[in-house]
Design a protein around this ligand. Structure first.
Ligand code: ADE
Length: 274
């Protein structure tokens, strides 16, 4: 069972997707669970405010520490082992290998050299999140070292047997977040070098890509194994279904030959590289 607790101001934006298709099936089968924490409930003052203006000036509002820490700590009070994911454009770029690790179906891919949270980094909070010019695939940044405690690094998992995992996904909104929030975050994850208005879409993408890998979620157990990206950077081979001839575009005859060896060879030759 993999549980995701999503801390958000916009639960209604997430629910429809998580209650549909494979995500719904995963919960029906007891393989995944989705829970929500309304960040507003931890807001400050009569207006339940969760954000404020940046020190040093600048446009926009930043997510404040108190509501975020209180929301996360309310979950940690029930499950101290829960890991905290922060979708952010300055995180490590999400990929299939990371999804496999989060699903507990592969070796960990995160390096031992985690990013040390430094109090000096609090000073320069940009008004808007800026994209760092870091190479894709560099895993140093994803695991945020917690300054206050020594957290355990993930144990090696190589099996495909179901595991129990619990993740919080904190969905920031508005223009950014107080840098000190990183001290309670385990993983900073970016969906790409562009800026979205909030963490809800990244949360759905992270959840979908992890949950579908849980053994038992996809109908054909082989599908997750053979498809694109599951073998390193190999892209899936071209596939065809009926009709044989669609508007003059025909299916490669080798696929109708019944020669499994030749078909496998053709597929290998036609698997692209990312
Ligand atoms: N929040 C805003 N933009 C984002 C991105 N590209 N990836 C993850 N979280 C984000």
């Amino acid at each position: 069972m993999i549980k995701f607790t999503i801390i958000t101001l916009f639960q209604e934006a997430l629910e429809p997707y998580l209650e549909t298709s494979m995500m719904w099936k995963a919960t029906e089968k007891g393989l995944a669970e989705f829970d929500f924490v309304n960040l507003r409930e931890f807001g400050l003052g009569p207006h339940k405010s969760v954000d404020d203006t940046p020190y040093g000036g600048g446009d926009g509002m930043l997510l404040r520490c108190e509501p975020v820490f209180n929301a996360i700590e309310s979950v940690k009070a029930k499950d101290p082992d829960v890991k905290v994911i922060l979708p952010t454009p300055v995180g490590e770029i999400w990929n299939q290998e990371m999804a496999r690790e989060f699903a507990g179906v592969s070796e960990p891919v995160f390096s031992e050299a985690g990013l040390e949270f430094s109090s000096t980094s609090c000073a320069g909070q940009p008004a808007e999140p800026s994209l760092r010019d870091e190479p894709v695939g560099d895993v140093r940044d994803i695991r945020v070292e917690n300054s206050n405690q020594n957290f355990m690094r993930p144990k090696k998992q190589v099996s495909a047997t179901p595991v129990n995992k619990h993740y919080i996904i904190l969905c920031p909104h508005y223009e950014g977040y107080d840098e000190r929030i990183l001290s309670i975050v385990d993983y900073k994850i970016s969906l790409g070098k562009y800026v979205l208005t909030g963490g809800e879409l990244p949360a759905l993408i992270i959840i979908d890509s992890v949950v579908r890998l849980i053994p038992g979620v996809l109908g054909g157990e082989k599908s997750a194994e053979i498809e694109s990206f599951s073998d390193g950077d190999n892209l899936e081979y071209p596939q065809y279904t009926k009709p044989y001839d669609f508007r003059g575009m025909t299916v490669p005859d080798i696929l109708l030959s019944g020669n499994h060896g030749e078909i496998a060879k053709w597929r290998a030759e036609h698997s692209g590289k990312a």
